[in-house]
Design a protein around this ligand. Structure first.
Ligand SMILES: *Cc1c(COP(=O)(O)O)cnc(C)c1O
Length: 374
């Protein structure tokens, strides 16, 4: 395939499907594939389609606009969105068959008004805060909430689809007590629904870490994100390889120029690297505008023809320089990819740039083309 883009993310269908199998081996619950933030940078339409073809009929995205954009091409299956502010276009979401999380009194009011206007019920998932201390109703508010939504459901204004929450410390082996407490509060929330005579078709609590390490959090549906992309939610606890996962993305770029410079030459802005001997340098056409952290400057390397080529000087907006003794213009370098091919991994990049693998993916910008492989 001819491609003009000098930097590409190769997205492996085989790896993605292998990762789904790993999740399925951990749980019998239904799966909601989390594809927010452009499918964790992998390309949301591609990932949504592959998930559907693998039998996953629930997708989760954060913002309503992300959900609406995906709905244009992904006309089948369920989509849940949970991030919005007052004044959002709930009517459009309802008409496009987007399920909505509801975790605030104002949201009940705005969403039921939109449902009345659109003449069809809003499909809602009631969000309870079990200990994340972020979004959702407190357990203490739930009796009133259930009473209210029960009436709305009886009037055909809402359809109660789910009750859900999110775990705060499920990846941390020394925080089991926190997860236990969250499960306990989730149980209280379920009991509240039952007391109010509200039937909840789908209870869901677990993301990747809950799936892997807390079976009692699985309930009816689980919401895997990072594991589908082949990375561990806590590589210090177990790496992706330990878990049987394979990185879904390989990030590569084509060298645009090589040059030989003598000793004593400063490289890139600020000359933070100065050669100490004659050196062959290669210019790699990705930079911080593409999500390559400036913390990679003089700190990480890329794989050029099977060797690690260290980044020299600072990462610029659109390019950086690496020391690559045997490279030519047009050679492809790999920044990160599957661990078993001798590449650095997104975990390596995260560790060296002081972040988590999730952020390495989400930061990747639109100039990097996503190409399906395998
Ligand atoms: C992002 C997100 C997930 C997926 O989390 P992972 O740790 O990537 O599995 C699940 N649920 C909610 C509510 C999220 O925001």
């Amino acid at each position: 395939m001819m491609n003009q883009a000098p930097a590409r993310a190769l997205i492996s269908r085989r790896a993605f499907e292998q990762n789904i199998d790993v999740v399925r081996r951990h749980t019998d619950a239904q799966l909601m594939a989390i594809v927010k933030a452009n499918g964790y940078g992998h390309g949301v339409e591609l990932i949504a389609q592959w998930a559907w073809e693998a039998g996953i009929d629930w997708l989760g995205l954060a913002q309503i606009d992300e959900a609406l954009a995906l709905r244009q091409t992904h006309t089948h299956g369920h989509i849940l969105a949970w991030i919005y502010a007052p004044g959002a276009n709930f009517q459009r979401a309802i008409e496009q068959n987007i399920d909505l999380s509801v975790g605030a009194q104002w949201a009940i009011e705005e969403i039921s008004a939109a449902a009345r206007a659109s003449g069809r019920p809003a499909r809602i998932h009631i969000k309870v805060d079990t200990g994340m201390t972020r979004g959702g109703f407190d357990v203490a508010e739930l009796p009133g909430v259930f009473e209210q939504v029960k009436k709305l459901a009886e009037a055909g204004i809402v359809e109660i689809v789910g009750l859900w929450s999110h775990l705060s410390c499920a990846d941390d082996p020394v925080s089991d007590a926190v997860t236990d407490q969250q499960v306990e509060r989730f149980e209280q929330a379920r009991a509240c629904a039952q007391q109010a005579g509200v039937t909840i078709p789908l209870c869901h609590l677990a993301a990747s870490a809950g799936i892997l390490w807390h079976p009692k959090t699985h309930y009816d549906m689980v919401r895997p994100g990072i594991v589908l992309y082949g990375l561990s939610p806590n590589p210090a606890r177990a790496t992706g390889t330990d878990l049987g996962l394979e990185a879904t993305m390989t990030l590569e770029a084509d060298i645009i120029l090589t040059r030989e410079v003598p000793a004593g030459v400063g490289v890139s802005y600020g000359h933070t690297f100065v050669t100490d001997r004659p050196t062959r340098l290669a210019v790699v056409p990705v930079g911080y505008a593409d999500g390559i952290s400036r913390h990679a400057s003089n700190n990480l390397s890329v794989n050029a023809n099977g060797h690690q080529a260290p980044i020299r000087g600072v990462v610029c907006m659109d390019q950086f320089v690496a020391e690559a003794p045997d490279a030519q213009a047009g050679d492809t370098v790999v920044l990160f990819g599957p661990a078993d091919r001798g590449f650095l991994t997104a975990d390596d990049w995260a560790q060296k740039t002081d972040t988590i693998n999730y952020e390495i993916f989400c930061n990747l910008g639109p100039r990097i083309v996503r190409i399906p492989v395998d």
